[in-house]
Design a protein around this ligand. Structure first.
Ligand code: ASP
Ligand code: MG
Length: 421
């Protein structure tokens, strides 16, 4: 069997849902699990709705829900002529369920509430797509992934319980008479069946989990780019496609923030030696990128840009050295608040960390750090990582930038810079 992942930027209208059928028909010799994420910008829209939900902006919230509804209905209108088709009732039910969720009082746990609302993006997209595949004559079945992917209750960044998930995936993802199983990426649930999510862009990871357990022949992530590129086309015109990539390089690139694939995606595939293809949704015949255990010494340089970075400088109040117990305090605060370190560096009297400018988490983290350290921070920075760098690539990215901090090892260079406009 194969696992295909669709969604997000590439699945955004009726035409793109129809394109899924073309791709599945061309690959119809093998049973396929189709993992789908939310359509178009739905997840971002839902994040806006969640923000209004916690701030109790009822009217603005209702307007946003209408926009979301209209968007999904317009896609359905392009797919289902028959107004009696069960899809209409299914989607109406989901929107009623969403309304019920939004009528509740926000709890004190933002992350919990977030997951109970954000999941509708995937529930809507999978329902629509499963119905459409069936109405087009494909033997497709809708599956609720939350019965199979079991996690802890670290909402918004839940950890998979592999032992339980392994058993439940085998039990729930049986093909039976179906040739295609359509399910949600990104979602999971706690032992008490409360919805959780695996982190933004987590659908790729779901595809890898299912592929791992079901021993897939391959995973294909269908994207709106031709494959894995050496930089985001947002920043460079002259990007090049990386035709093959080792699991190791894929993990490194994802770790440094390349938006190609969710960082957790690779390990489950590497463990079972499953090839991961990243291919163009619009041009499915093109080769794209294959990620597996290939070996090479060098690759073309890859560039990863992280914007809106904050550099936090910490020094102990008493001018003692930054010692182990200090490090423990710093890491403890960051991990409890789930703030990821993008870069760190220490010297005798200073500890520097570069993190994303998360408006919700950062003020709290800085408050906590100030109890034990003198804290200063700089915002509005960029973090540039170049893998397989050389001097010309450094020169290229440093045009009109002020260098704040540099970190290099054999393969990677990381530059924290300020844009000089
Ligand atoms: N819909 C979720 C997101 O946008 C998950 C995903 O796309 O993989 O983050
Ligand atoms: Mg996505």
């Amino acid at each position: 069997m194969n696992v295909f992942k669709f969604g997000g930027a590439s699945v955004k209208d009726a035409a793109s849902v129809k394109n899924i059928i073309n791709i599945l028909r061309e690959n119809n010799s093998t049973p396929t699990v189709v993992v789908v994420s939310a359509m178009g910008k739905t997840t971002n829209r839902l994040e806006g709705i969640i923000e209004k939900f916690v701030n109790k902006q009822k009217d603005a919230l209702a307007d946003d829900v209408k926009v979301l509804q209209k968007y999904h209905y317009s896609i359905m209108e392009g797919l289902f002529e028959d107004k009696g088709h069960p899809v209409w009732e299914d989607i109406a039910n989901l929107f009623s369920e969403l309304d019920r969720e939004l009528a509740k009082e926000p709890s004190l746990n933002f992350d919990h509430d977030y997951d109970q609302i954000i999941c509708f993006g995937e529930l809507l997209s999978t329902k629509i797509i499963a119905h459409y595949l069936r109405s087009s004559g494909l033997k497709a079945e809708w599956k609720d992934v939350r019965y199979a992917v079991k996690t802890n209750n670290a909402y918004r960044e839940a950890r998979v319980n592999w032992e339980v998930t392994r058993e439940l995936v085998k039990e729930h993802f049986k093909f039976g008479d179906s040739h295609i199983l359509v399910t949600q990426g990104f979602l999971g649930s706690t032992p008490d069946n409360i919805t959780t999510t695996l982190g933004r862009e987590g659908s790729d990871y779901t595809a890898a989990i299912l592929a791992h357990v079901l021993k897939a022949e391959k995973v294909v992530i269908w994207k709106d780019v031709p494959g894995v590129l050496n930089a985001d086309p947002k920043w460079f015109d002259d990007t090049v496609l990386l035709p093959e990539l080792s699991y190791f390089d894929a993990i490194e690139l994802a770790y440094y923030g390349a938006s190609v694939i969710h960082p957790k995606t690779i390990k489950p595939l590497q463990n079972k030696n499953i090839n991961l293809y990243v291919k163009s949704f619009k041009n499915p015949q093109a080769e794209g990128t294959v990620i597996n255990n290939v070996k090479y010494d060098k690759l073309v340089p890859s560039f990863i840009f992280k914007m809106d970075q904050v550099l936090i400088r910490l020094s102990p109040h008493d001018y003692s050295f930054v010692a182990e117990d200090h490090l423990q305090t710093i890491f403890g605060i960051l991990s409890e608040n789930r703030v990821k370190i993008n870069l760190m560096q220490n010297s005798a009297l200073k500890f520097l960390i570069c993190v994303n400018n998360d408006k919700r988490k950062l003020p709290k983290v800085i408050d906590l750090l100030e109890k034990d350290f003198k804290v200063s921070y700089e915002t509005g920075l960029e973090l540039i990582t170049i893998r397989y760098f050389d001097q010309s690539t450094i020169d290229r990215v440093m045009i009109n930038k002020e260098l704040i901090l540099e970190h290099r090892d054999k393969k990677n260079i990381q530059l924290i810079v300020r844009d000089l406009g």
